[in-house]
Write a protein that binds this ligand. Structure first.
Ligand SMILES: [Zn+2]
Ligand SMILES: [Zn+2]
Length: 226
């Protein structure tokens, strides 16, 4: 795997930056595998669980037991669970490389959803573990099977919790030099990201510099520094 791809993580916890294969065929910019985008909605989380440490410990224990019961004891010990108030539009996020599940503290107001969210994210990690180095779509058949095994067969890829989503104006517009598709972004994209559709079409879904997105405009800002 190219160093570039090992170093770079991309996810769209905020819906702002994007990368790592999405479910849409149109495609967001593609980045390296390893981090599953949390499709879950969220918001500025101000409240932490009353007892985050204890809560996290219980969640972690549950998650580890689930992994062990499914033949994934190998990664159970590496698993970590955290509450992360930086999650903005996601209820949860799974970092398959770090074996880290992040949960939005706002879930505390929807206690019955905590376990489901944990399993949803755990399914990402389990699916990637089973797939090994093979790249898998975030919510594809592998994830679906993991959901079945984790007891949430009817899980959807997105939740419908009433998390108020903040809206941002896109100030940066990137364009694929090949298909000319435009990708509006709120923030400057500092990683190397490429057009997923073109990478899929012409390079087997692997990152390809030929389709690296280029900054087209930065609205209301000075021209970008090179
Ligand atoms: Zn998901
Ligand atoms: Zn393209």
């Amino acid at each position: 795997m190219p160093l570039l791809r090992q170093l770079e993580f991309a996810f769209r916890s905020t819906g702002i930056l994007s990368a790592v294969g999405t479910d849409s065929s149109r495609g967001e910019p593609v980045g390296p595998p390893g981090v599953s985008p949390g499709e879950f909605g969220a918001c500025p989380a101000s409240k932490m669980p009353a007892s985050p440490t204890a809560e996290t410990a219980v969640l972690l224990q549950n998650a580890r037991e689930l992994l062990r019961s499914l033949g994934a004891a190998h990664i159970a010990g590496e698993l970590h669970v955290e509450w992360n108030s930086r999650l903005k539009t996601a209820a949860g996020r799974a970092d398959c490389r770090q074996k880290l599940i992040s949960l939005n503290p706002q879930l505390v107001e929807h206690p019955t959803e905590i376990d489901r969210t944990l399993r949803h994210e755990l399914a990402h990690i389990l699916a990637q573990f089973r797939a090994g180095r093979r790249r898998i779509p975030p919510h594809g058949v592998e994830w679906r099977q993991a959901c079945v095994d984790l007891g949430i067969a009817d899980e959807k890829r997105c939740h419908n919790l009433p998390f108020p989503a903040r809206t941002y104006a896109a100030r940066f517009v990137y364009r694929c030099p090949n298909c000319r598709h435009e990708f509006p972004r709120v923030r400057r994209v500092r990683r190397a990201v490429a057009c997923l559709a073109c990478c899929r079409k012409h390079n087997g879904g692997e990152f390809d510099l030929r389709f690296r997105l280029r900054l087209l405009t930065s609205i209301g800002l000075r021209p970008p520094m090179k």
